[in-house]
Design a protein around this ligand. Structure first.
Ligand code: ATP
Ligand code: MG
Length: 549
């Protein structure tokens, strides 16, 4: 652990972060004021705040003043509909400037913004709207059909033509907004009041409701500053969709808190488009989920492009960042990609910080974000020391930045005494750094050893033929479980017994003999959540069925 890191952590004082913001823990906050109004007051009304690129590559720029006016219209409209502070307001929209105006407009009024990912089917939408008793939902014509089967009693506003809105019996966005004033007095709320209504990704089952309190703004700011290393003059692109925590906390809220220029790309992911976007906009600070980095790597499209790019720093979060990907980013994007660990519940808590001078060995997810004390616990919830593997937990009393208050509409209580239990297994090395082993349920118990799938997958990915991989335990009469690796091959490679052998030998030699996959199955794709996370439990179930057969 470096002196610099130790000093910053020891001296970390949440009130210093608070002092940078408009609101305060005692008097309350308004999330819109922190993201927009604060920069206008500082004389930056006409600075470009948001750059949007449409799927047909039309670029538009919005200033803080533009967003202030548009969000005021949204706030006035919502107020007219009877929406009050604390009510839920949702949007199921692509990455557009309108989406941001709606988010900021809802916040101005003290309403709670609820994202709905555009790939959701009607059941997922209905579940979320019913649970949150959402008052108003903004939706575009391309998504509107899904709502025909939604039974939730939510007012609908359509982004499309007036005729389309009339057809559905919805309010028409453009017409309604044009009728509204462009000013609105922000509503200040206590630090505990929610401003975001999230749902977890549902990687291991039904997703859980999480209401994020305004106090989280302090932790978001801390993360953007220290871990993302975001500077006001950066051109920042977080590729994650604001339908999920990573994109909404740290692709929208975070950069606006800092006041850096934020980029959104409405087009869906392709490696070619990513390269064009990075080049054209000369992005300096990039954030993305590991799956996107893996796709960039396996496509080969961005290979050797570093000299055409301006990326200063890159970050990744949401899933293990495979070591091969880190090396590829260094070689081909010309910067170091840092791994950040977090949850919808807590936001980021463990990071390789760009802005704190500490060692971060490749493969590690770093050290606690200032404002957090992280520990690892054994099966009886006793604290373990460095060099051990256990469940990652937050020591709440010594974590002033911690803000999670428990699930909404859910029985599950992830607290034990003064700890918040993450459900993730990690190893802490002697240097203090944390290393992700796997979700508690994903850890494989084989012949008396506990093996994290992450290590196995990382090693399998070192093989040139492998694009993606997932390791699970398959029931076995002798060993309890054997390790089975599911492998997606890169284009141009064919499955063969020889390849199975090569992969097995690679893991046996590089990692260890007890962790090598005794079974390797080549598949076309891995099961994933809508946000792109690998669902190992689906494969585990499949493997168990094979054993029973
Ligand atoms: P659900 O809780 O509904 O099953 P989820 O846990 O995937 O879904 P999120 O809150 O989106 O929902 O994801 C948080 C989880 O993602 C963490 O608990 C961890 O398992 C994983 N994760 C996040 N960041 C990292 C990282 N840097 N390395 C490894 N795993 C990560
Ligand atoms: Mg979770």
């Amino acid at each position: 652990m470096s002196d610099h890191y130790a000093r910053v952590v020891a001296e970390f004082d949440l009130s210093e972060v608070e002092a940078r913001l408009n609101g305060s823990l005692a008097q309350g906050f308004n999330a819109y004021d922190e993201c927009i109004e604060r920069h206008i007051t500082a004389g930056r009304a006409d600075d470009v705040a948001l750059v949007h690129q449409s799927p047909d590559k039309v670029v538009s720029q919005l200033s803080y003043a533009d967003l202030a006016q548009r969000s005021a219209q949204v706030a006035n409209y919502l107020q007219q509909q009877g929406v009050k502070a604390g009510d839920r307001v949702a949007a199921m929209l692509p990455r557009t400037p309108e989406l941001l105006s709606i988010i900021f407009g809802a916040w101005r009024l003290g309403a709670v913004f609820q994202p709905l990912f555009t790939a959701f089917g009607y059941e997922a939408v209905d579940f979320r709207l019913q649970q949150a008793q959402t008052q108003v939902v903004f939706v575009d014509q391309s998504q509107r059909e899904k709502f025909a089967a939604v039974t939730a009693n939510t007012k609908r506003v359509l982004m499309g033509t007036a005729e389309q809105a009339a057809h559905w019996g919805d309010d028409h966005f453009t017409t309604e907004m044009a009728a509204q004033p462009v000013t609105f007095a922000s509503v200040l709320l206590p630090a505990e009041a929610p401003f975001l209504q999230m749902f977890t990704s549902g990687t291991v089952g039904k997703s859980k409701g999480v209401a994020v309190p305004l106090k989280a703004l302090l932790a978001f700011y801390t993360y953007m500053h220290f871990a993302v290393g975001l500077r006001p003059n950066d051109r920042f692109w977080n590729m994650a969709d604001p339908g999920w925590a990573y994109g909404l906390y740290y692709g929208v809220t975070g950069p606006f808190l800092i006041g850096a220029r934020t980029y959104i790309n409405e087009a869906g992911f392709s490696a070619e488009d990513t390269l064009d976007f990075l080049k054209q906009h000369q992005i300096t600070n990039l954030a993305s989920a590991p799956t996107a980095y893996r796709m960039m790597k396996s496509s080969g499209v961005l290979d050797g492009q570093a000299e055409h790019l301006a990326i200063r720093v890159a970050s990744s979060a949401g899933e293990p960042l495979n070591t091969e990907v880190v090396n590829w980013v260094t070689d081909h994007l010309g910067c170091r990609v840092m791994d950040h660990y977090g949850q919808t519940e807590t936001g980021m808590t463990c990071c390789c910080h760009h802005q704190l001078d500490h060692d971060c060995p490749v493969g590690s997810m770093g050290l606690p974000l200032p404002g957090y004390r992280l520990v690892i616990l054994d099966a009886e919830n006793r604290e373990l020391g460095p060099g051990e593997t256990g469940q990652l937990a937050v020591d709440i009393e010594h974590s002033p930045a911690f803000f999670f208050q428990g699930y909404t509409w859910q029985e599950k209580v992830p607290f034990y005494e003064g700890y918040y239990l993450t459900g993730d297994m990690v190893e802490q090395h002697q240097d203090g750094t944390f290393w992700f082993a796997g979700r508690d349920d994903d850890i494989i118990s084989t012949a008396g050893y506990r093996v994290g799938p992450t290590d196995v997958e990382n090693t399998v990915l070192e093989h040139a033929a492998v694009a993606e991989s997932a390791a699970v335990g398959k029931p076995d009469p002798e060993r309890g479980f054997v390790i089975k690796a599911y492998v997606v091959l890169r284009e141009g490679y064919e499955k063969s017994d020889a390849l199975v052998k090569e992969i097995q030998t690679l893991v046996r030699e590089r990692l260890s003999t007890h962790a090598f996959p005794r079974e390797v199955e080549f598949v076309d794709a891995l099961p994933k959540t809508p946000s792109g996370k690998i669902q190992r439990f689906v494969l585990r179930r499949q493997a168990a069925e094979e054993s029973n057969a």
